[in-house]
Design a protein around this ligand. Sequence first.
Ligand code: 5GP
Length: 112
Amino acid sequence: MTIFKKILDGAIPTQKIYEDDHCIAFKDIHPQAPVHILIIPRKEIPTLADAKPEDQALLGHLMIKTTEIARQLGIEEQGYRVVINCRQHGGQEVAHLHIHLLAGRQLKWPPG
Ligand code: 5GP
Protein backbone atom coordinates (compact mmCIF):
# COMPACT_ATOMS: atom_id res chain seq x y z
CA MET A 1 0.00 0.00 0.00
CA THR A 2 1.35 3.45 -0.87
CA ILE A 3 1.68 6.34 1.55
CA PHE A 4 -0.96 8.21 -0.45
CA LYS A 5 -3.45 5.35 -0.05
CA LYS A 6 -2.88 5.61 3.70
CA ILE A 7 -3.56 9.35 3.49
CA LEU A 8 -6.75 8.65 1.50
CA ASP A 9 -7.85 6.14 4.14
CA GLY A 10 -7.13 8.61 6.92
CA ALA A 11 -4.47 6.35 8.43
CA ILE A 12 -1.86 9.10 8.07
CA PRO A 13 -2.78 12.68 8.96
CA THR A 14 -2.19 15.40 6.41
CA GLN A 15 -3.01 19.05 5.79
CA LYS A 16 -5.91 18.54 3.41
CA ILE A 17 -6.99 21.63 1.51
CA TYR A 18 -9.65 20.14 -0.79
CA GLU A 19 -11.57 16.91 -1.31
CA ASP A 20 -14.46 15.58 -3.35
CA ASP A 21 -15.72 12.20 -4.56
CA HIS A 22 -12.85 11.82 -7.03
CA CYS A 23 -9.76 13.45 -5.53
CA ILE A 24 -8.10 15.05 -2.56
CA ALA A 25 -5.48 17.81 -2.35
CA PHE A 26 -3.04 18.32 0.50
CA LYS A 27 0.24 20.05 1.32
CA ASP A 28 3.46 18.29 0.35
CA ILE A 29 5.40 17.24 3.44
CA HIS A 30 8.69 18.49 1.89
CA PRO A 31 7.66 21.64 0.00
CA GLN A 32 9.89 22.65 -2.91
CA ALA A 33 8.32 26.11 -3.14
CA PRO A 34 6.29 28.38 -0.82
CA VAL A 35 3.18 26.70 -2.27
CA HIS A 36 3.48 22.95 -2.91
CA ILE A 37 0.21 21.05 -3.13
CA LEU A 38 -0.39 17.47 -4.25
CA ILE A 39 -3.63 16.62 -6.04
CA ILE A 40 -4.36 12.89 -6.16
CA PRO A 41 -7.23 10.76 -7.46
CA ARG A 42 -9.03 8.47 -5.03
CA LYS A 43 -8.67 5.77 -7.68
CA GLU A 44 -5.38 3.93 -7.35
CA ILE A 45 -3.58 4.57 -10.64
CA PRO A 46 0.15 3.94 -10.03
CA THR A 47 1.59 6.26 -12.71
CA LEU A 48 0.42 8.48 -15.54
CA ALA A 49 1.54 5.72 -17.90
CA ASP A 50 -1.03 3.42 -16.29
CA ALA A 51 -3.96 5.74 -17.06
CA LYS A 52 -6.50 4.22 -19.46
CA PRO A 53 -8.90 5.84 -21.91
CA GLU A 54 -11.67 5.35 -19.33
CA ASP A 55 -9.68 7.62 -16.98
CA GLN A 56 -10.01 10.57 -19.36
CA ALA A 57 -12.72 12.34 -17.36
CA LEU A 58 -10.87 11.73 -14.11
CA LEU A 59 -7.64 13.22 -15.48
CA GLY A 60 -9.57 16.23 -16.75
CA HIS A 61 -11.21 16.59 -13.34
CA LEU A 62 -7.80 16.61 -11.64
CA MET A 63 -6.51 19.33 -13.98
CA ILE A 64 -9.58 21.54 -13.58
CA LYS A 65 -9.46 21.15 -9.78
CA THR A 66 -5.79 22.10 -9.90
CA THR A 67 -6.68 25.39 -11.62
CA GLU A 68 -9.47 26.04 -9.10
CA ILE A 69 -7.17 25.38 -6.15
CA ALA A 70 -4.57 27.72 -7.67
CA ARG A 71 -7.25 30.41 -8.00
CA GLN A 72 -8.35 29.93 -4.39
CA LEU A 73 -4.76 30.10 -3.17
CA GLY A 74 -4.26 33.41 -4.97
CA ILE A 75 -1.42 32.19 -7.18
CA GLU A 76 -3.25 32.39 -10.49
CA GLU A 77 -2.11 35.85 -11.53
CA GLN A 78 1.61 35.37 -10.88
CA GLY A 79 1.46 31.82 -12.13
CA TYR A 80 2.47 28.37 -11.08
CA ARG A 81 3.88 25.08 -12.32
CA VAL A 82 2.04 21.76 -12.62
CA VAL A 83 4.18 18.63 -12.66
CA ILE A 84 3.49 14.92 -12.98
CA ASN A 85 6.55 12.77 -12.41
CA CYS A 86 6.26 9.41 -14.18
CA ARG A 87 8.24 6.35 -13.13
CA GLN A 88 12.00 6.17 -12.56
CA HIS A 89 13.42 8.70 -15.01
CA GLY A 90 10.59 11.08 -14.20
CA GLY A 91 11.66 11.02 -10.56
CA GLN A 92 8.43 9.52 -9.25
CA GLU A 93 8.76 8.24 -5.68
CA VAL A 94 5.17 7.46 -4.70
CA ALA A 95 3.41 4.97 -7.00
CA HIS A 96 0.00 6.66 -6.84
CA LEU A 97 -0.65 9.18 -9.63
CA HIS A 98 -0.37 12.74 -8.36
CA ILE A 99 -0.13 16.30 -9.63
CA HIS A 100 2.35 18.69 -8.03
CA LEU A 101 1.16 22.32 -7.88
CA LEU A 102 4.14 24.60 -7.22
CA ALA A 103 4.15 28.37 -6.81
CA GLY A 104 5.24 31.34 -4.74
CA ARG A 105 8.68 31.87 -6.22
CA GLN A 106 10.28 32.14 -9.65
CA LEU A 107 10.72 28.56 -10.83
CA LYS A 108 13.63 27.70 -13.10
CA TRP A 109 13.67 25.85 -16.41
CA PRO A 110 14.90 23.32 -17.40
CA PRO A 111 14.34 21.14 -14.34
CA GLY A 112 17.33 19.19 -13.00
P1 5GP B 1 6.96 12.14 -6.54
O1 5GP B 1 8.45 12.20 -6.34
O2 5GP B 1 6.45 10.74 -6.40
O3 5GP B 1 6.49 12.83 -7.77
O4 5GP B 1 6.35 13.01 -5.36
C1 5GP B 1 5.99 12.47 -4.12
C2 5GP B 1 5.79 13.65 -3.19
O5 5GP B 1 5.11 13.19 -2.04
C3 5GP B 1 7.10 14.27 -2.70
O6 5GP B 1 7.13 15.65 -3.05
C4 5GP B 1 7.07 14.06 -1.19
O7 5GP B 1 7.60 15.15 -0.47
C5 5GP B 1 5.59 13.86 -0.92
N1 5GP B 1 5.30 13.02 0.23
C6 5GP B 1 5.86 11.80 0.50
N2 5GP B 1 5.34 11.29 1.63
C7 5GP B 1 4.43 12.19 2.08
C8 5GP B 1 3.56 12.21 3.23
O8 5GP B 1 3.52 11.31 4.05
N3 5GP B 1 2.76 13.31 3.36
C9 5GP B 1 2.77 14.34 2.45
N4 5GP B 1 1.95 15.36 2.69
N5 5GP B 1 3.58 14.34 1.37
C10 5GP B 1 4.39 13.29 1.19
